[in-house]
Ligand binder design. Structure first.
Ligand SMILES: Cc1cc2nc3c(=O)[nH]c(=O)nc-3n(C[C@H](O)[C@H](O)[C@H](O)COP(=O)(O)OP(=O)(O)OC[C@H]3O[C@@H](n4cnc5c(N)ncnc54)[C@H](O)[C@@H]3O)c2cc1C
Length: 390
């Protein structure tokens, strides 16, 4: 079925300027206190629970959620500004970011009242970390082949199986987990999956780290062996989670984090070239900035659609794919353009060392960008379907 691709030419409203200034002032204060270092923000583990608590105290986690659950009832565009500033500064947000972006909204939509009362305010205070339990060893792109199972036993579900590539599971208290509760039907192979809120501290759950190429151990294998979770930790419709998991992807794929993960390389390049960059280098930087600006306009547009209550899965896929392409090309382009600055007198050699460090790290990070949050091929498949091409 063909869907019209829609990117409304939305701009962030002037009211968001005050918020942006507040976030920048907060980050400047944090930097002055040395709580994180943006120069090595990429390499640093970007997880800091205390930092998250301070962000929570400002009211910047769960800021779109109802006040009743600790939120601020602000708009997605306000949330966009906070995310953008945090990412651009390479701030250590990963303790709260997944809960803020997608786990909290899922609980808000499908959780029980008790869950909302207990968990959402704690997320808003920056006290809880969440993981996403979708991928499995034999079910990544094809989420609907998931076989990790939950079997009902009285007031509990018994969990068995393995999730993989689970970011932050070794630090997280909870994981929203996609589990098989029934076999697929002949008519609908997506049938039979249910989402659950799983407390990762329960017995029967083992989290094993997996090393990543840049040297970090941010993701894991999560193994369930007869883990028992309360039956009322089910989220939404039994056997019908495919609709929920698909909608969640619009939140996951379109934010500024999808093209600002290695943004500090661009900042490093501009510093490296200095104010008197030659014409070719200046033109190259101009192109990179213009492309980034376009990506940002598209991403803001998706935030506007989320604000209006739509589920722009197709547009979010386009933002994620283009963001990946841009970020993957960035280290090589930056290295190429920086070559023009090489013979310049008066260059700060420490700046050069930092820059090379950034390039090296961004090069090692680049391959995973294609895979996390949906692979390039799969996203292009979604886009092609949306255009009526398949
Ligand atoms: C850094 C990082 C963090 C991650 N964090 C999480 C997380 O927190 N939680 C979580 O659940 N998962 C997470 N993932 C997993 C990620 O979502 C999956 O790796 C991804 O969906 C791909 O699944 P797969 O690895 O099984 O590859 P596969 O699906 O087996 O794909 C292998 C290759 O085949 C191609 N392919 C597959 N299907 C098609 C198709 N239909 N058409 C064309 N080509 C196709 C893919 O593009 C890919 O190139 C993370 C991954 C990374 C890299």
């Amino acid at each position: 079925m063909q869907t019209a691709i829609r990117f409304d030419p939305l701009r962030l409203p002037p009211e968001t300027t005050t918020l942006r200034e507040e976030v920048r002032a907060f980050l400047a204060e944090e930097l002055a206190r040395g709580t994180f270092d943006p120069a090595i923000g990429l390499r640093n583990p970007s997880y800091d629970r205390d930092f998250s608590k301070r962000v929570g105290a400002r009211g910047w986690i769960g800021m779109t959620w109802p006040r009743q659950y600790g939120g601020q009832e602000r708009s997605y565009l306000d949330r966009y500004v906070v995310t953008e500033e945090m990412r651009a500064a390479s701030a250590p947000t990963w303790s709260h970011f997944v809960a803020d972006r997608q786990s909290g909204p899922v609980i808000l939509k499908y959780g029980t009242e008790q869950m909302k009362d207990e968990i959402l305010p704690a997320i808003c205070r920056g006290e809880l970390c969440f993981a996403i339990g979708m991928s499995e060893p034999n079910s990544g792109s094809d989420l609907f082949a998931a076989s990790c199972r939950a079997e009902r036993e009285g007031e509990f579900y018994r969990l068995n199986g393995t999730k993989i590539w689970t970011s932050n599971a070794h630090r997280a208290e909870y994981m929203i987990t996609l589990l098989r509760t029934s076999p697929p039907t002949k008519e609908n192979r997506r049938h039979g999956l249910t989402q659950f809120l799983v407390d990762l501290r329960l017995p029967g759950i083992t989290v094993r780290p997996i090393d990543q190429m840049p040297g970090s151990t941010d993701f894991n294998e999560v193994h369930f062996e007869d883990a028992m979770i309360p039956a009322d930790h089910m989220l939404g419709e039994i056997d019908g989670a495919w609709k929920q998991a698909t909608a969640e992807l619009a939140y996951e794929r379109s934010g500024p984090e999808r093209f600002l993960e290695t943004f500090s390389v661009l900042v490093g390049l501009v510093r490296q070239l200095g104010r008197d960059a030659d014409i070719r280098a200046a033109e190259g930087v101009g192109r990179l900035v213009a492309q980034l600006h376009t990506l940002r306009r598209m991403s803001v547009s998706v935030a506007g659609m989320l604000e209006a209550g739509h589920e722009p899965v197709l547009e979010a896929s386009i933002v994620k794919d283009l963001g990946t392409v841009w970020e993957q090309a960035l280290p090589a382009k930056a290295r190429d353009l920086a070559a023009f600055a090489h013979d310049k007198a008066g260059r700060d050699p420490s700046n050069q060392a930092d820059f090379e460090d950034l390039i090296e790290f961004a090069t090692l990070v680049a391959p995973k960008l294609t895979v996390q949050g949906g692979t390039t091929e799969v996203l292009r498949g979604i886009i092609a379907r949306g255009l009526g091409l398949r």
